[in-house]
Design a protein around this ligand. Sequence first.
Ligand code: NAD
Length: 452
Amino acid sequence: MTKEASREQTAKAQADEGGRQARDDAQGKEEKEQRQPQRAEVSNYEIVSHYFGKAAERLDLDEDIASVLRSSYREVQVQIPVKQNDGKIHVYAGYRVQHNGARGPYKGGIRFHPEVDLDEVRALAELMTWKTAIVGIPYGGAKGGVNVNPKQLEEGERQSVARSFMDKIEKVLGPTRDIPAPDVGTNAQTMAWLMDEYGKLHGHTPACVTGKPIALEGSYGREAATGRGVVYMYREAAPLLDLKPSETSFVVQGFGNVGSWAARIMQQLGSKMVGVSDAEGAIHSEDGIDADKLGEIIDDGGTVTDYDGAEQLPPDDLIELECDVFIPAALGGMIHKQNADRLNARMVVEGANSPTTPAADDILAGNDVLVVPDVMANAGGVVVSYFEWVQNLQHFRWDEREVNDRLGRMMRKAFREVSARAKEGDVPLRVAAYEQGIERVVEAASTRGYLD
Ligand code: NAD
């Protein structure tokens, strides 16, 4: 079955589960799907494997070592039966993949999304291994997910899914083993439920998950961290294109956690958001869209199309808006062979994971678009997750300024190391970043004796 067919089947299975009031009627749903930009048929796993292969070849990595690094250390798949408010038991699939733990405990988010499958989680886990190594924090790489649509569930049902998932996977988790965090479709509240469930079995253990609410030993600055990190990356890259923040226009694809914070912080620098989208639609305005105002609309349960003072456009056309910086912050595979040529920006800072397929990456390079790759650009979240874990282990809290300053230092260091390497090897930032990450993981694994 092709990936597209499997996505359709998952979507259909979700739709068939019946009865939820929030669900669109069949015709409305079809129309909405037609308005959404298509994702590439190439899978996240193929994207990550391609970039790994390219860097491994340049590093002249032995084939046997490359095959250790290509495969996951552990892949867990569990059944999550949840009795929902319609009185029926719904069965979801939950995954936790631990890719490589040479540099420290496994670390990576948990995603609640109907398209989650093992292939995607595997790819995202591998990406985390390279990401934590690139920014130099002492973690390995992992990822988790449940193929549930959280928007179709009541809060109590979401809580049941989260707790049931934790019950099934807690044996492979823990502050010195594997530490989950939020990702698409999960948030601080989800992490609170996961921590509470873990605590029932192991005693109060705040360091078992990060991205928790402030009231439960979460870290100041964690919610905005990935978006803030994206902006630190833009600031480092801007001089390469002679871009000044106060004269920069930008477009955000996916106004969720990452996209909305990136937009708010870009705006604080004086930059102007001229286009933005979410899963429901897209808007644009030459005069600028106020990211704070839009954030309030979203927090109140609205969508980007509820914003007054901007024109709607087909989400597929967002990529064509003329701007300096395009920030993909939705899902993987959104910039692909069919639309990369239409991208009308000078720089792409990848907030999302795997938003650009290899074919699209080549097209962007041919069009002189500077791409700051996901594996470094969106590492701000895991960096502040690391700070949260450190604070939890010490039961001591830093103030937000300290968190943000430390984040800035780590992101700038990562950018400078990677860009120096890119310059030296005359390769794109992405290849240099993968090389850096792989090299550090190989060194740690060899020093442990794992590769002897
Ligand atoms: P989120 O669920 O908060 O936001 C995702 C946003 O994308 C939502 O606004 C959603 O409506 C929108 N979206 C979904 N499908 C879309 C489509 N077809 N077109 C346009 N918009 C669409 O998720 P998030 O945590 O902000 O994560 C976004 C991306 O960033 C993911 O790729 C995730 O893996 C990556 N990421 C997140 C973090 C983090 O700390 N949250 C860290 C690193 C990377």
